[in-house]
Design a binder for this molecule. Structure first.
Ligand SMILES: *[C@@H]1O[C@H](CO)[C@@H](O)[C@H](O)[C@H]1NC(C)=O
Ligand SMILES: *[C@@H]1O[C@H](CO)[C@@H](O)[C@H](O)[C@H]1NC(C)=O
Ligand SMILES: *[C@@H]1O[C@H](CO)[C@@H](O)[C@H](O)[C@H]1NC(C)=O
Ligand SMILES: *[C@@H]1O[C@H](CO)[C@@H](O)[C@H](O)[C@H]1NC(C)=O
Ligand SMILES: *[C@@H]1O[C@H](CO)[C@@H](O)[C@H](O)[C@H]1NC(C)=O
Length: 320
């Protein structure tokens, strides 16, 4: 059962007892939380009547601490805690990090056949000329790595299909050195990402599966047809789409994933978007102020065609 259709109804039923400061909005898009970790603050905010669930992140390493030994207790526990409030859980399977101190892949992948499982990822403004490592990216272009990753996806499906509302794979944007022994190329990364997404959609029968798409390496403004080909592929393979950043009318996004999210809104199983911390800090060029809650919701719903918006916990309206 895909639960999407019942969400607005649930929202309207719940809205009956909403306190004055949380007026029902005009929006049919569902509002969820986004957090790296379901802590006490997240659990408190989850009680808000307009919030229907929470998206949280789980690293590959935490889910598979030893080869073939899965530890899904964190997801199971979070599922219990969200369900006990009558809310949903969404899982982002994190295969990258934004800190060099934390490598997201299991240690057993640190072997030549897996190219050590991950490579440094640049987090600067000029990665092409000045590659400063700011985290790690999993070598999903390596078929041996993908084979291990897909095994994890299958185990997650056996454990949580129909229990966790949706699963997503992280954004397509990546900045790694192409001239290393890791075997990375834009094309292999593109193909590997699509392969994982289709595999995920094939093993989950009931939970939603979403690939986050923002930018493709070697794919700016649909270079190499990466953007158009990927959305076509997701539609053909039952993969939902989404993105980490809802920033209304942002030019770089308009040149990349946004028009495709809009165009494919009725061709993919689900379309979701997050408002993460940097999006809250972005300035609306029309008002010179940060975007308002309604501006974020309107853009996500009407322009992108999203059905769920994931708010960072720091969104001011969650604290009013
Ligand atoms: C609903 O939409 C109307 C028209 O766009 C607007 O005037 C009104 O403020 C909105 N109400 C809420 C609760 O957002
Ligand atoms: C979740 O709750 C069920 C029953 O309430 C319990 O049997 C199970 O052990 C709990 N799981 C976790 C991970 O807490
Ligand atoms: C893998 O790690 C070893 C030890 O840290 C290092 O010497 C080697 O260059 C790495 N290989 C790749 C492909 O990154
Ligand atoms: C999905 O459905 C297929 C076919 O009925 C079944 O073999 C498979 O076990 C199901 N997967 C899950 C995770 O339930
Ligand atoms: C990549 O490595 C090859 C072979 O060592 C070299 O010819 C080429 O110039 C390098 N390309 C870049 C972008 O550094």
């Amino acid at each position: 059962m895909k639960l999407g259709a019942s969400l607005p109804l649930l929202a309207s039923l719940l809205s009956i007892s909403i306190p004055a400061q949380a007026k029902p909005s005009n929006h049919s898009i569902a509002q969820w939380l986004y957090t790296s970790d379901i802590d006490d603050e997240a659990l408190t905010l989850l009680k808000r009547p307009e919030i229907q669930g929470v998206q949280s992140l789980y690293t590959w390493k935490s889910l598979e601490p030893q080869r073939d030994q899965y530890d899904f207790s964190a997801i199971a526990n979070d599922l219990n805690r969200t369900r006990s409030q009558g809310k949903h859980l969404w899982v982002q399977i994190q295969d990258r990090s934004f800190s060099t101190a934390y490598n997201p892949v299991p240690n057993y992948l640190h072997k030549p056949i897996y190219n050590n499982g991950s490579v440094p990822q640049c987090d600067g403004d000029d990665c092409g000329n000045n590659f400063v490592p700011g985290g790690w990216a999993t070598c999903q272009w390596n078929p041996h790595v993908r084979e291990r990753f897909q095994r994890l996806l299958k185990a997650l499906a056996i454990a949580f299909d129909d229990k966790v509302y949706g699963f997503n794979l992280p954004e397509t944007s990546i900045e790694v050195e192409s001239n290393t022994t890791s075997g990375y190329t834009c094309q292999k990364y593109f193909e590997g990402t699509l392969d994982n997404a289709a595999y995920a959609a094939s093993v989950f029968n009931r939970s939603y599966v979403v690939q986050y798409v923002n930018f493709w390496p070697c794919g700016w403004a649909n270079e190499n047809n990466y953007m158009s080909d990927s959305f076509e592929f997701f539609a053909a393979n039952g993969v939902g789409v989404g993105g980490p950043d809802d920033i209304p009318y942002k030019k770089t996004m308009e040149n990349n994933a946004y028009p495709y999210m809009s165009k494919y809104r009725n061709k993919v199983p689900i379309n979701v978007v997050a408002v993460q911390e940097p999006d809250l800090a972005a300035t609306n060029p029309k008002t010179n102020k940060p975007f308002t809650k309604d501006e974020f919701l309107d853009f996500a719903e009407k322009q992108l065609g999203s059905q769920i918006l994931f708010w960072a916990l720091s969104a001011p309206w969650l604290h009013q």
